[in-house]
Design a protein around this ligand. Structure first.
Ligand code: SAM
Length: 354
């Protein structure tokens, strides 16, 4: 059933059913609001201007229409809004017309109904390419990386979380050339495995892709990469691939650029609409630590037959010992810290109720 939906500053029409699935006549998922909100914050926060943008798999067009309505003039010079579904493109045009006052004349707009890889390969290239597919981004990576400007931004979503996070290890091996971690670190490992795969595709073209903002949320993973065309930078990236906790190979470098996340967080406070600022704050705070992996306190307590103590008490003890520590957006039971496991278990024992 088509319904009017308000998201950010715009209102669009989209099919709404009880169950969101790719069988919808045109795909729209309200659970991806943070994905779109944070894309806008990131584009606002980076210095780049006059960008040539490609919304490769646009669905209802909501992402592009929000970019045009919410980003300042001068950020986007041109935008290509593409989907191979005629119905999607028809709805995109209708949604654009309904928001024409908000869109204004800020950018050149092209709406196309092409196969994504063909569109990319026939183009002269883009400064920002957004890949937001059903499932894995794999089919689109090669063409997108080839047509990404030498200093461009690549945004990648993956919704095949079950393969990246260890439910289907053989699928992960085939798609991402790595062994997933099915344990409590599954989402962080999955995200790092995804990052490495994209970086490997880019390295073939002597493009280094550094993650500047990445996270896992609900059913999906999302990474923004900054591209640099350089053989030596590509080699540096590959040196940061390795195994962690018996999983991988994966990216072992930082998941975000700290300065960028700080800027996004500060811009988020100025938003006039509902935004999950707490989630962005978690990403910001844990990224400061630059530590791979975290402790799952419930797992540790189970392993040692302890009751789970209050997290405030654990953090107070970590602070007393001058350990780095933060919560993690990957798990409500997680604490990211440089403390040794044996010492943490000692703390948990001292705090546990007899
Ligand atoms: C997950 S939806 C995109 C959602 C949209 N980006 C948003 O923010 O709401 C994926 C879209 O990709 C389109 N698609 C799938 N394969 C494609 C291809 N090979 N070329 C172009 N579009 C494709 C589908 O029609 C679908 O609308």
């Amino acid at each position: 059933m088509l319904q009017k939906i308000k998201e950010g500053t715009i209102t669009i029409t989209a099919p709404v059913e009880e169950k969101v699935s790719k069988e919808l006549p045109v795909f729209y998922n309200p659970a991806m609001k943070f994905n779109r909100d944070s894309s806008i914050l990131l584009l606002k926060a980076i210095e780049n201007k006059d960008m040539m943008v490609c919304d490769l798999l646009a669905g209802t067009g909501i992402r592009s229409i929000r970019f045009l309505a919410e980003l300042p003039k001068g950020k986007i010079e041109s935008i290509t809004i593409n989907d191979n579904s005629e119905e999607a493109v028809k709805l995109t045009k209708k949604n654009m017309a309904a928001n024409r006052k908000l869109i204004g004349k800020k950018a050149k707009i092209k709406v196309t109904t092409k196969d994504a890889s063909m569109l990319l390969l026939e183009s002269t290239g883009f400064d920002y390419i957004d890949i937001d597919p059903f499932g894995t981004p794999n089919p689109f990576l090669d063409a997108a990386i080839r047509r990404l400007a030498r200093d461009g931004i690549l945004a990648v979503t993956a919704t095949d979380t079950s393969s990246l996070a260890g439910t289907y290890p053989l699928v992960c091996q085939r798609r991402y050339w790595a062994a997933p971690d099915p344990g409590s670190l599954k989402h962080e490992s999955g995200l790092r495995i995804l990052i490495r795969k994209v970086q490997l595709v880019a390295a073939q073209y002597e493009k280094s892709l550094t993650p500047i903002f990445s996270y896992a949320k609900e059913h999906y993973m999302r990474v923004f990469f900054k591209c640099e065309k350089s053989k030596s930078k590509s080699d540096e990236i590959l040196k940061l691939h390795g195994r962690f906790n018996n999983a991988g190979p994966m990216w072992l470098g930082p998941l975000c650029d700290q300065e960028l996340v700080e800027k996004m967080y500060s811009l988020a406070t100025q938003l006039k609409y509902d935004f999950d600022g707490r989630f962005l704050q978690l990403i910001r705070d844990e990224n400061k630590l630059n530590i791979v992996g975290f402790y799952d306190i419930h797992d540790l307590c189970n392993k040692n037959t302890l009751q789970v103590p209050a997290f405030d008490g654990i953090f107070a003890e970590l602070e007393k010992r001058r350990c780095k520590a933060a919560r993690t957006h990957f798990s409500e039971y997680g604490i990211r810290s440089d403390i040794q496991e044996v010492v943490l278990v000692r703390i948990l024992k001292s705090l546990a109720k007899p």
